[in-house]
Design a protein around this ligand. Structure first.
Ligand SMILES: [Zn+2]
Ligand SMILES: [Zn+2]
Length: 369
């Protein structure tokens, strides 16, 4: 048995009168009669049309067919084999899950979101910046102002859905007639149809344009952060809702500042005198020099934290400035510097004249005892 709906087979509406059904049957029977139409399957089609007419011309059988999707009286009750086409998996889905299946393939007049990237320097990420991004997107057609109609053309309310953009579909299932809403196919769910489409956009109400969009990048923006600019995605079909523009911010690496969360890390060299005595060094930070005080006796790898001099945070405040010290011995010495260091070495018992410490005192020195 074929699966095509009897009404579709005869080409009549669901509420067709008995007279309309009779007329449609005669027309279809003439078209498909095997004597007239010798094509493959003509006989089968003719038989199906007769079957359809037999059911739809009988008020009782038609009523049963309308209710249960079959004129077979045995199908009227429960406990039937559900494998028949009148109650397929799609019906089950629409009954129990609101018709989610296949929703992705349905027309949607709204504009889609667009994605793009914008790169900013670490300084700009810290201070916040206005950034221009260029996107090629479907925008509202300038010729027809988005209506989709040519000059003198008319936008009419869609006759199928009466402007709602939604179509009511009825399905006969074992549980009775189920109604579900789906986007209207006649108007692409926009609710309107056009007699004379705009030549610039072909009735879509939108055209592809390259546009520059100014984006406000907030201070403290992390790398990979995505900003949403409402309505700057693709325009909708004929004035439907536009999508959003999603801009992912890429923060470029800095020459010497390394960002970890809201903290900024930097390497700074100190000479042996500073390392021994302590003091303060000045290190270039994100927005100006940072004074970094530290006590005496530091080693390479020691970290000094300067509070509140790191990266600004998007929710206010700032991270810390983390200075990694690198104790550097001078490669060149003046005569005077050499004399002073030699004197220092002698006073520590490690003079340039050779190491005369006992093995035990060497171990003590290693241990810092
Ligand atoms: Zn247009
Ligand atoms: Zn419609």
């Amino acid at each position: 048995m074929g699966s095509e709906d009897y009404y579709t087979l005869l080409g009549v509406d669901r509420d067709a009168s008995a007279e309309e059904i009779k007329r449609a049957f005669r027309k279809r029977a003439r078209e498909t009669h095997p004597d007239v139409n010798g094509g493959d399957g003509a006989e089968e089609t003719f038989k199906r049309i007769n079957e359809a007419y037999e059911v739809l011309s009988d008020p009782d059988k038609r009523a049963r067919y309308d209710r249960f999707g079959t004129a077979d009286p045995r199908a009227g009750g429960y406990g039937q084999d559900f494998s028949g086409d009148f109650f397929g998996m799609d019906d089950l889905f629409s009954v129990f899950f609101g018709g989610v299946r296949g929703a992705a393939n349905r027309p949607n007049p709204n504009g889609r979101d667009l994605r793009t990237q914008a790169s900013v320097t670490l300084e700009d990420a810290g201070a916040g910046v206005e950034k221009d991004v260029t996107v090629t997107r479907l925008t509202t057609c300038a010729t027809c102002s988005g209506s989709g109609a040519a000059e003198g053309g008319e936008v009419r309310t869609c006759p199928t859905c009466h402007g709602t953009g939604q179509q009511r579909t009825q399905r006969r299932t074992i549980l009775g007639v189920m109604e579900s809403m789906s986007p209207c196919g006649t108007c692409g769910a926009t609710g309107s149809v056009i007699d004379k489409p705009c030549p610039a956009c072909g009735g879509q109400g939108r055209t592809n344009e390259t546009e520059t969009v100014r984006v406000s990048v907030p201070a403290g923006v992390p790398d990979g952060y995505t900003l949403r600019i409402p309505g700057k995605g693709e325009a909708g079909v004929r004035g439907a809702r536009a999508g959003d523009l999603l801009v992912t911010i890429r923060v470029l690496p800095h020459e010497f500042l390394h960002r970890e969360g809201n903290d900024l890390h930097v390497m700074a060299g100190v000479n042996i005198a500073q390392a021994s005595l302590g003091g303060r060094i000045v290190v270039p930070g994100l927005d100006g020099d940072v004074e970094v005080p530290f006590g005496g006796g530091v080693h390479t790898g020691d970290v000094v934290r300067v509070k509140g001099k790191g990266m600004p945070r998007m929710d206010g405040g700032r991270g810390d400035f983390m200075v990694h010290l690198d104790v550097l011995a001078p490669k060149k010495l003046t005569k005077r510097q050499r004399e002073l260091l030699e004197e220092l070495g002698e006073s520590m018992g490690t003079g340039s004249k050779g190491d005369d410490r006992t093995p035990l005192s060497k171990i003590r020195d290693w241990l810092g005892a």
